[in-house]
Design a protein around this ligand. Sequence first.
Ligand code: SF4
Length: 334
Amino acid sequence: MKKVDLVCPAGGFPALRKAVDSGADAVYMGFRDSTNARNFPGLNFDERSAAQAVKYAHDRGAKVLLALNTYPQPQSWSLWTDAIDRADRLGIDAVILADIGLMRYATKKYPDLRLHLSVQGSATSAEAIQFYKEQFNIRRVVLPRVLSLAQVERVIQNTDVEVEVFGFGSLCVMVEGRCYLSSYATGESPNTCGACSPAKYVEWSEGPKGRDVRLNGVLIDRYDQVESAGYPVLCKGRFNVKGKLDYAIEEPTSLSVVDILPQLIKMGVAAIKVEGRQRSPAYVGQVTSVLRAALDAAESNPEGYVAKSEWVEQLGRVSEGTTHTLGALEREWQ
Ligand code: SF4
């Protein structure tokens, strides 16, 4: 049976080191600009730190994937193509792309550069994946978190492109590559500027009714004194809809596939991805260690596999809202 890759986030060098030392088969990272969808202050790599990161990972047998998964803007096309040139110079193992113009640039200029289709590319069918394979020799696809388990299996059965699925971490409302909620309030979105809810637009204030958080002036949540608050994004705000105040779009919770690893392995998933380049090195180390142990157990004894309670507990502690879900994977009606 082919081993499943554990792909872990590296928002900076300390997180990359934690991921590699805790058993990641591959790490993914981005440059310090709007070419990647986690363009937050203090995160990401310049060329020098990226070279150190590649060396650290390669010396320990781990691969390095580069996320170039935003959509180039007309006025700054060369920012994105320069990033592809840099990836080739650095000896990156694969570039994760969403934009077909960049795929064309990469395949023409660097035919040996391995390309992965980002979740931002929103390919949910074997037909769409086949298109990217035929046109750009895409070697792996990261599936959007909108598919049920049966749908993931059907995709795998109908394509020979490797399939990567998300295994742990915060959930979007699951319209990867198509969400403009953040743009609606701020003019900036993950697809264009690399950040959902950019920090410069976030404003906290204490009021008589609780702690308010606004995004560019739009009230998106209000917390009482005892509630813990996560990073505010529009899809997980609480809104008044027809007189009912609630999470109208998505609840703040994390995806976790630790209970169903043998099923994913059996259906032929090539890689399991951990979300969270914006999270701390401690988070990356903890999640990577747990999933490493769980994946090893599921691969060596799929029939007897049971997710240990200490794994679930450890993951629960770092989950958004301290709860987890299988999300769309368990929506059988799909
Ligand atoms: S608003 Fe929500 S769904 Fe949209 S990109 Fe941000 S986190 Fe994802």
